[in-house]
Design a protein around this ligand. Structure first.
Ligand code: FES
Length: 639
């Protein structure tokens, strides 16, 4: 095997790889991001690249048209390097710059506060002036420190001290003239001396709350004395180059790459956020002495570097739900190396710590009101219950609402169509694009809007199939069947029209059908009806942008009065923040994780039946959607 030079444009980054490497692998080695929703399985069509020259071998794909292939378009994961190459990454395959990330900021720029909770973080800084040793008082430095802590009131707890602190203890005590600040960490019934620093540094006390999302990672820098959120940063999870959903991520970690590689990518993302937060706020990363994270079970396994393969193998058992508290140095997070890392515990393989954090943040677990909580992402995790009981499930909705499996699907970022109206007479669309930019594709909220509008305008029928014989040139035969042209562009400039094709519509209907079937299965399991549900809490960044009426029209959400729906945004980061600040809330989060009863939908016959009934607009049973029935009746009268 010889070494070849591959140069990626537009960044002009080069890398040497052996012949036989895929372009996707070469890009990863060069640190060049290429969208790879399926993690290199060749099924999503997102890893497009334009190759110059002949030094490659590739496979055809249904995701590329003959004219695109003539222009040099290939799928990076199906293309093998055979010599020196120059490769252009088209805009649509580049990293989602400016992806709209819900950081938990409320309207007006305010960040959520801890409310009436007492701020009692698990770490504390204590300033001590210690009596120096003499020939008569000659106990060891560590015993002297223990004695001082007991004098300060820490009598009834076991106190421990790790090796890194011991290694610097003698020098720090003497160089500071016995005037030090110790950082104490409460780990259930014992206290650990986590760090020792010269002088009084009790005011320099920071913590980090992190939402480790499959797509994005959000971090709050928090002042632990006041509970104030000093700043917030977010970025795409660098693991995204290994696949967009958790299953592709597991496949990549266990079959294509390594667990270590995927683990390192998320650590790299978190370290990037720490660096930015520290630099912007003039603090040292070492002054962050406590980290709380929340993520789904796969993300948390990968954060800890734990092999996640059993999560996707029946009977779907994770290695751990309640993760042990570890030190930052153990996984390479660049804050204080002795800082504790705690992850909000999960309930099962597909109901993780992000959902426990969401239930904590939304207060479902202490409310009398019967509530449905849903976090819509690549998976739809659902919790039904109240303060007395909670059942949870996860429906593998698929990544359609995040842009996967839809030809012009993209995440909610600049250039994404997020809203659509279709004139009922002319069938002409009006699109609202994020950032008022040139449209590049369509994001989840745009898909919901488009489907609802196409249905109400009579472009598609209840099965989601195109209605024949309509007088409009917006419907045409495309390469994969009939399609609706949402935006006309200049094909000669390599910019094909943005369309929603039959296959895309089928995918969106499957996604919404899985989510609705998840709600219905839990409701049936508990012998309830949707009318019994008093509160419907929608979490997740995407949820914020859903138009409730449109989501009901396509049958994604049940037909309930609009006032019962509440948006909570990124509840995973809010829950992590609460746990960071309060030992009591940490225990409550653990209680939530234990209390939720998990129902595995993938083996439920009732779920499959509900799913089949939900593959219509809005549903086979229109009586469950009286408001949509009424809209359709009025449309027929007026039409
Ligand atoms: Fe190449 Fe999905 S088709 S990464």
């Amino acid at each position: 095997m010889k070494l070849c030079k591959v140069t990626f444009l537009p960044e002009t980054r080069s890398v040497s790889v052996h012949t036989g490497s895929t372009l996707l692998k070469a890009a990863s080695m060069a640190g060049v991001h290429i969208n790879a929703s399926c993690g290199g399985a060749g099924t999503c069509g997102k890893c497009r690249a334009v190759v110059q020259g002949d030094n490659f071998r590739t496979e055809p794909s249904i995701h590329l048209t003959p004219s695109e292939m003539k222009k040099g378009y290939v799928l990076s994961c199906l293309t093998v390097v055979q010599g020196d190459l120059t490769v252009e990454i088209p805009r649509e395959a580049q990293k989602g710059v400016g992806v709209r990330i819900d950081t938990g900021r409320r309207p007006g720029g305010e960040l959520l506060k801890i409310g009436d909770r007492k701020i009692r973080p698990r770490t504390k800084k204590l300033h001590l002036k210690i009596t120096p040793p003499t020939l008569n008082d000659n106990i060891s430095d560590l015993d002297r420190l223990f004695r001082e802590l007991k004098k300060a009131g820490y009598k009834d707890l076991d106190i421990t001290c790790g090796l890194p602190v011991l290694q610097k203890l003698g020098r720090t005590l003497r160089e500071s003239h016995w005037d030090v600040t110790v950082t104490l960490f409460w780990n259930r019934c014992e206290i650990e001396i986590m760090d020792i620093e010269p002088g009084d540094v009790t005011l320099s006390r920071y913590g980090l709350a992190v939402d480790v999302g499959t797509t994005t990672v959000v971090a709050y820098l928090v002042h632990l004395n006041t509970g104030k959120i000093v700043d917030v940063e977010s970025d795409l999870n660098a693991q995204i180059r290994c696949g967009e959903d958790v299953i592709s991520r597991i496949v990549y970690a266990t079959e294509i790459g390594t667990v270590e590689e995927v683990h390192n990518l998320v650590i790299e993302t978190i370290n990037g956020l720490v660096e930015k937060l520290a630099a912007k706020n003039g603090i040292l990363p070492e002054s962050i002495d406590s980290v709380v994270s929340a993520g789904n079970t796969t993300m948390t396994h990968l954060l800890y570097g734990i092999d996640p393969r059993y999560i996707r193998e029946e009977p779907y058992i994770p290695t751990v739900n309640l993760f042990p508290v570890i030190k930052a140095r153990e996984i390479g997070i660049r804050v204080n190396q002795n800082a504790s890392i705690y992850s909000v515990p999960g309930t099962a393989s597909y109901v993780g710590g992000d959902i426990s954090a969401g239930i904590l943040a939304s207060g479902v677990y202490k409310s009398d009101a019967l509530t449905i909580f849903i976090d819509i992402g690549t998976n739809g995790e659902i919790v039904l219950g109240n303060k007395d009981w909670m059942v949870a499930a996860s429906c593998s909705a698929g990544p359609a609402f995040e842009g996967g499996g839809v030809k012009f699907g993209m995440r909610a970022s600049r250039g994404a169509i997020e809203g659509v109206r279709i004139d009922r007479k002319t069938l002409e669309p009006t699109c609202h694009v994020i950032g008022d930019a040139e449209p590049q594709g369509i994001c989840g909220s745009g898909m919901i809007d488009a489907l609802a509008e196409m249905y109400l305008a009579g472009v598609i029928n209840q099965k989601g199939k195109f209605v024949q014989g309509l007088k409009t040139d917006r419907i045409r035969e495309g390469e994969t069947g009939l399609e609706y042209v949402m935006v006309r562009r200049d094909e000669d400039k390599g910019e094909p029209d943005i369309v929603l094709a039959s296959a895309d519509i089928d995918n969106i209907i499957r996604t919404k059908g899985a989510i609705y079937a998840g709600f219905k299965t839990l409701i049936n399991e508990m012998n309830l009806t949707f009318q019994d549900v008093e509160r419907f809490v929608i979490a997740g960044g995407f949820g914020n942008y859903i138009e409730i009426e449109k989501a009901i029209i396509i049958g994604l959400l049940p037909d309930l009065p609009e006032e019962r729906f509440h948006f909570i945004g990124n509840s995973s980061i809010i829950g992590s923040y609460l746990v960071l600040l309060s030992k009591e809330l940490r225990l409550e989060a653990e209680e939530i994780a234990r209390k939720m009863t998990y129902i595995e939908l993938s083996v439920s016959h009732s779920f499959m039946d509900e799913y089949m009934s939900a593959l219509f607009l809005p549903h086979t049973n229109m009586d469950d959607f009286p408001s949509v029935k009424e809209i359709i009746r009025k449309r027929k009268i007026s039409g």
